[in-house]
Design a protein around this ligand. Structure first.
Ligand code: FAD
Length: 295
């Protein structure tokens, strides 16, 4: 079944991992993903490092996830450092490896490294992929707007273009404030953007990591969240428990309110994903029953 059809039948639950640097670390990640197979995520997405250097690592991990774990993989692909020829070659490799799901992204500019210029925005890459095979294409979106966008209107119109070009579902940047997501959904409705949207949730278990991410992305944090971060910054175990509890709290609210799906940024810690799934899977099941047998 195509991923876009899966959204018609259930509340999707997916994970995101990044390709580890070494073979040993990759095997360790695959082993821990094997250890949490009771989750049965609808797909696992695999990130791509900046400047496109590691595409083979992304493809290899995606292939291993599909072949060894029998879980559909989604390869991230960024356009800024890709020529049209390289994009066509990469799509051939993905096709050969039977990876049909792609998250098409623009990517970020690396300092002192000028972009190729063939794909200026993600929508252009979406269009290119659409014309080069039967891929299921997802796009990124930003409930608190992309940091480079001047305003919400421009950001929403550019997102609509990405959907018009063929992105059949969207995944949000990580959010820590569900209210920002509901406001975003209202803007999507006004703009007549009707594809499923998965909400990106990151269980925050490391204070420095979250500080770095928020400085780069410009995500605004609710006070409740920053208080927790400040309180447990020096206590690893308490920080992990609080971060997981906070993510569960967000997911309970989102799933109960009928969200299309949850995309968990695992930061290569599948054990945290397991804890979150154990605490919330009955909610997904209840929602799926309601989708299958609406009143
Ligand atoms: P776009 O959709 O192209 O948008 C980028 C900016 O350009 C926005 O401000 C948009 O409003 C604006 N824009 C779009 N079209 C136009 C236009 N026609 N005219 C003027 N302005 C326009 N990065 C990686 O390097 N590797 C990854 O694996 C990765 N995974 C990600 C996964 C998710 C779920 C998300 C949310 C982000 C991910 N990123 C990743 C980060 C992403 O590459 C950056 O956020 C990047 O800055 C924007 O990518 P985009 O695809 O959203 O770009």
């Amino acid at each position: 079944m195509n991923l876009k059809d899966v959204f018609q039948t259930k509340t999707v639950f997916s994970l995101e991992v990044f390709p580890p640097k070494s073979e040993l670390a990759t095997q360790k990640l695959l082993n821990s993903l094997t250890g949490i197979q009771s989750i049965k995520p609808d797909f696992i997405s695999i990130t791509l490092g900046a400047a496109q250097m590691d595409i083979q690592k992304t493809v290899n991990l995606a292939t291993a996830i599909q072949e060894q774990l029998s879980i559909p993989a989604m390869a991230h692909l960024t356009g800024l450092y890709l020529s049209k020829q390289q994009a066509a070659d990469t799509l051939s490799i993905l096709k050969e490896s039977q990876i049909n799901n792609i998250l098409a992204l623009r990517g970020d500019q690396v300092s002192n490294c000028p972009p190729v210029g063939d794909f200026k925005y993600a929508a252009e890459l979406v269009n290119f992929i659409k014309c080069h095979g039967d891929f299921d294409i997802a796009g990124a979106c930003y409930p608190q707007k992309h940091p480079e966008s001047s305003d919400f209107v421009a950001d929403t119109l550019h997102l609509k273009e990405k959907v018009n070009q063929g992105a059949s579902h969207l995944i949000t940047q990580m959010i820590f404030d569900n209210e920002a997501f509901w406001q975003f959904k209202e803007r999507l409705q006004l703009a007549n953007i009707n594809v499923p949207v998965e909400v990106g949730i990151m269980p925050c278990t490391n204070h420095q990591q979250i500080q770095r991410i928020t400085a780069l992305s410009g995500i605004q944090m609710p006070k409740k969240f920053t208080n927790i971060m400040a309180r447990y910054a020096d206590n690893k175990e308490a920080m992990r428990d609080a971060g997981i509890a906070y993510a569960i709290d967000q997911i309970v609210d989102l799933v109960a309110s009928g969200v299309d799906g949850i995309h968990l940024y695992t930061m290569n810690n599948p054990e945290n994903a397991q804890r979150i799934w154990e605490a919330t899977h009955t909610l997904f099941e209840a929602q799926n029953k309601q989708l299958a047998y609406p009143l």
